[in-house]
Write a protein that binds this ligand. Sequence first.
Ligand code: ATP
Ligand code: MG
Length: 365
Amino acid sequence: MKLGIVGLPNVGKSTLFNSLTKAGAESANYPFCTIDPNIGIVPVPDERLQVLGKLYDSEKIVPAAIEFVDIAGLVKGASKGEGLGNQFLSNIREVDAIVHVVRCFEDSNIIHVDGSIDPLRDIETINLELIFSDMEILDRRIGKVGKGAARDKDMAKEADLLKRLKAHLEEGKLAIGYETEDDDEEAILKGYNLLTYKPVIYAANVKEDDLMDDGVNNSEVAKVREFAKNEGSEVFVICAQIEQEIAELDEDEKKMFLEDLGLSESGLEKLIRASYKLLGLISYLTAGPQETRAWTITKGTKAPGAAGKIHTDFERGFIRAEVVNYENLVECGSYNAAKDKGLVRSEGKEYIVQDGDVILFRFNV
Ligand SMILES: Nc1ncnc2c1ncn2[C@@H]1O[C@H](COP(=O)(O)OP(=O)(O)OP(=O)(O)O)[C@@H](O)[C@H]1O
Ligand SMILES: [Mg+2]
């Protein structure tokens, strides 16, 4: 499961990526400095882990993690091979969701490929390239399915969907906003792996001054918020440059720095958590003297599947899961106290694991 950081050249993608991963990927003030996509593993901030770790006196705390990919800047005409065009588009095709960085900061020293600050124009430029690329896929499919449609009912059905979908994209709309008529159509649409079917978060990259009030006084940010609202996407205000500086600090320094800015947590942390959610991921927790750990599962995963994240034996020999909700456990102060109060449940194979479940698996191999 990974997210791609997408946007025009020189809008702050690598700076954001660096602060996410502290990987020190090259970031510099000239377009196209990122050529190979950089991949970074990023821990997901989760304050529950510290609390549980204390409760269990755990030696180690292991957070959940997601992958981010720093993708090179897209320009107008990318879908026709402009810039480093198609190569970048194929990098985007491999990710599960998109963080779309839009430049909302003025700085005459930092070149904007289109000459001025206009995030809505920039978003449209990127989205159109993604749409063009998707249309090529649809056209190819239309060619294939069209031939069989006269003989084959399924193909006829798909041809009909393709026609409607193409008209939707031609209006400049993203595939993710397309309302399919039934689950079959949804499944077919999913199978195309379209770029514009991937969920998106917008990261409005602002100057340091705009951080304190979350970009409220930045009119460009306001436009991005309005746009995203209509699209049903979320917006996070970040200052990539400051985030990169914060990422170099240790925990205490970081806290002080954020307090000075009047913030309780960095925009980056919010963005990471939202990205995790965007991928449809949740965490269940395990705790003990050795380690307290968050395990990543997709929403809707049943207990044996969740157990399999720890070890395949846990899944194969699954007997039951002893589950207590995180809040209940913390309120009671210990596992045994929670058990005495009847808050530890014994769940079977059909149990759908919830975010924040603290679990002990019983298995036999
Ligand atoms: N919020 C910000 N305020 C001021 N300067 C910024 C901000 N975010 C990024 N920058 C600066 O903008 C320049 C371009 O950043 P970066 O290299 O991250 O862009 P990019 O989107 O990765 O570009 P490319 O597509 O060429 O790889 C850098 O000099 C960076 O320091
Ligand atoms: Mg870059």
